[in-house]
Write a protein that binds this ligand. Structure first.
Ligand SMILES: [Zn+2]
Length: 457
């Protein structure tokens, strides 16, 4: 097991500190380009060729950096892309015990905004690429590192922009995105390593009932609020169909080995052919299972009426859906229309920029293939080399990450941070964000070994 040397650790720490101390929030104080340009300088100073180091983006403050570690000779396979967002969530000095934009080492932890999400991995991958280059490593395929803007918010999502505008720069056999997954510790003991191998698609819908209104002293049966709430009650009573894919199937198979007997029995019944509907219903009582078994849609906001003494002229709700891979936002919009079963209720799609549209995108994220030997197998074996005895399992993320833009164009992706965190110490987006120093060192060992296996030893 190669352990990162003292000198290599020191360089990786300097890069980590530099990145944490550059404010990359989507605020007037933040600037992603300051961080990506600083990394561009490091690569050029190290001797990477200018044609392999691209700083580009649709906005001067939101420039993305794409670095290509070129194969020696003709590449034998398509590249591997490491996808890392450089922006962080806002953090206020008044909420924190220390300055969030100061990198502080204390009691075995690195503190600062982004130490968990995800300047740790940004820095670790920059350091890994620089180290491999310094050592004269000659990969058999291109390794690409993309450091991108606006994953957490903002109008210039770098991953999406690169896929759509500069596909040639980021085209790959598969994507490794350290913004998800990782090693869960329980009192220091590694329990499980989760690898996000697919994710659900996020979509918002606006449901509207309209009415001619009138004086509230003369109520009528037709009423915008009643029509909307009746529709929402039908949604509350509805469950989307149960559906497994290769990733959730593997996930539940692995889970059955560690769950208590009753749950394990139910899991085995949903894995059987045909799956047992009653077992699926029992498991679905647990929200975390339910979200992995089906598309979910839930009302999250309400807005109705204009005066206490008037019949409402409009009643509106936002319904937020998390859609299983293989289904599109438009398909889900049409499902909502039939669930509401009321032609008086309009169902519109709300884009990520807030535009309301009569129909939703037809594009569906690909149904994930079974985890590939090429990507997943070395990930699992290096993880087990560093954290012996750990189970490595693919999961379907129920939230959303930048991997979705690659899934939408058919590029498989794995979300894996190689960071070990205590289960109850997840502080991403929160106050006093911190990373165990030892976790950072181990992630360096992992990225170095893993990148070398992917590139061909
Ligand atoms: Zn993140």
């Amino acid at each position: 097991m190669p352990v990162t040397s003292v000198a290599d650790r020191a360089e990786a720490r300097v890069i980590f500190k530099q990145l944490v101390e550059i404010n990359t929030t989507d605020t007037p104080q933040g600037n992603v380009t300051t961080a990506t340009a600083a990394m561009q300088k490091r690569f050029l100073d190290a001797g990477f060729l200018p044609e392999d180091v691209h700083l580009l983006g649709p906005d001067p403050r939101k420039q993305n950096l794409v670095v290509r570690f070129r194969a020696a000779g003709a590449p034998t396979q398509k590249p591997v892309l490491f996808l890392c967002h450089m922006d962080v969530v806002q953090a206020l000095r008044s909420d924190w015990s220390t300055d969030p934009f100061q990198f502080i080492e204390k009691d075995g932890y690195f503190y600062g905004r982004g130490t968990q999400d995800m300047k740790d991995s940004d820095a670790a991958l920059v350091a890994t690429f620089l180290r491999l280059h310094r050592e004269g490593y000659k990969p058999k395929r291109d390794l690409i590192l993309a450091l991108t803007a606006d994953e957490e918010g903002g109008k210039f999502n770098g991953a999406e922009w690169l896929v759509q505008q500069h596909r040639d720069l980021v085209d790959a056999a598969f994507v490794i995105n350290p913004d998800a997954g990782g090693i869960e510790l329980e009192n220091g003991r590694p329990v499980v390593a989760e690898v996000e191998a697919t994710e659900k698609l996020y979509a918002d819908y606006q449901v509207t009932a309209t009415n001619r209104g009138g004086h509230s002293s003369l109520p009528r049966p037709d009423n915008a609020i009643y029509e909307l709430t009746a529709g929402l009650n039908r949604l509350a009573a509805y469950t989307f169909p149960f559906e497994l894919n290769e990733v959730t199937r593997t996930y539940f198979t692995n889970l059955a080995a560690s769950e208590k007997a009753e749950t394990a029995a139910d899991i085995r019944e949903i894995l059987a052919t045909p799956p047992d509907a009653a077992a699926a219903a029992r498991l679905s009582a647990e929200p975390a299972f339910n979200a992995r078994l089906r598309t979910t849609c839930v009302a999250t906001r309400l807005n109705a009426g204009h005066a206490n003494n008037a019949l409402p002229q409009t009643a509106q709700a936002i319904v937020n859906c998390r859609i299983l891979p293989g289904h599109s936002p438009e398909e889900t919009r049409q499902a909502l229309v039939s669930i509401f079963a009321d032609p008086k209720l309009g169902v519109a799609y709300v884009s990520s920029l807030g535009d309301v549209k009569a129909s939703a995108p037809d594009r569906k994220a690909m149904v994930p293939p079974a985890p590939s030997q090429e990507g997943f197998a070395p990930l699992a074996s290096w993880t087990q080399a560093i954290w012996p005895g750990i189970t490595v399992t693919p999961v379907m993320e129920t939230g959303a990450s930048d991997s979705i833009y690659f899934a939408q164009v058919g590029i498989p992706n794995y979300g894996y941070s190689a960071i070990a965190l205590e289960r109850d110490d997840v502080r991403a987006h929160g106050r006093d964000e911190r990373l165990p120093v030892d976790s950072y060192w181990k992630s360096l060992d992992f990225w170095y070994s893993f990148a070398k296996t992917l590139g061909g030893d």
